[in-house]
Design a binder for this molecule. Structure first.
Ligand code: 5GP
Ligand code: ZN
Length: 110
């Protein structure tokens, strides 16, 4: 999608530190990491968020499978997996992405 930063990363128009790449999913290191390991996992197709009808169970499944491979590859045992939906949910880039946050103790969300 035009003017989408993450679509530009998928197209190779914006450089990124890619850690995983398959037919449907791309993962790269966050430009402003919140944790020692902070990886973004995205579908290659443009979905606005997990609430987008284009975000089907198949897309979720592709992402979950990729998360398992990425965390193994990165030696990440325990981590937080987060997706923000909409401005109130804290979303700033409107192309579906999951954050893998790892490498330090996370606080309880309660
Ligand atoms: P959100 O706030 O939408 O859940 O997360 C967006 C994330 O994308 C943020 O953690 C931000 O640091 C990251 N980000 C924004 N622009 C870029 C970029 O051009 N490259 C990379 N690698 N990460 C980005
Ligand atoms: Zn996009």
């Amino acid at each position: 999608m035009k003017d989408c930063i993450f679509c530009k990363i998928v197209a190779g128009e914006i450089p990124s530190d890619i850690v995983y790449d398959d037919t449907h999913v791309l993962a790269f290191r966050d430009i402003a990491p919140l944790t020692p390991k902070h990886i973004l996992v995205i579908p290659k197709i443009h979905c606005r968020s997990a609430k987008d009808s284009k975000c089907t169970p198949e897309v979720f499944s592709q992402i979950c499978q990729a998360v398992q491979k990425i965390t193994s590859q990165e030696n990440i045992e325990e981590f937080r997996l987060v997706t923000n939906i909409g401005e109130q949910g804290g979303q700033t880039v409107f192309h579906l992405h999951f954050h893998i946050l790892a490498g330090r103790q996370m606080r309880s969300m309660g």
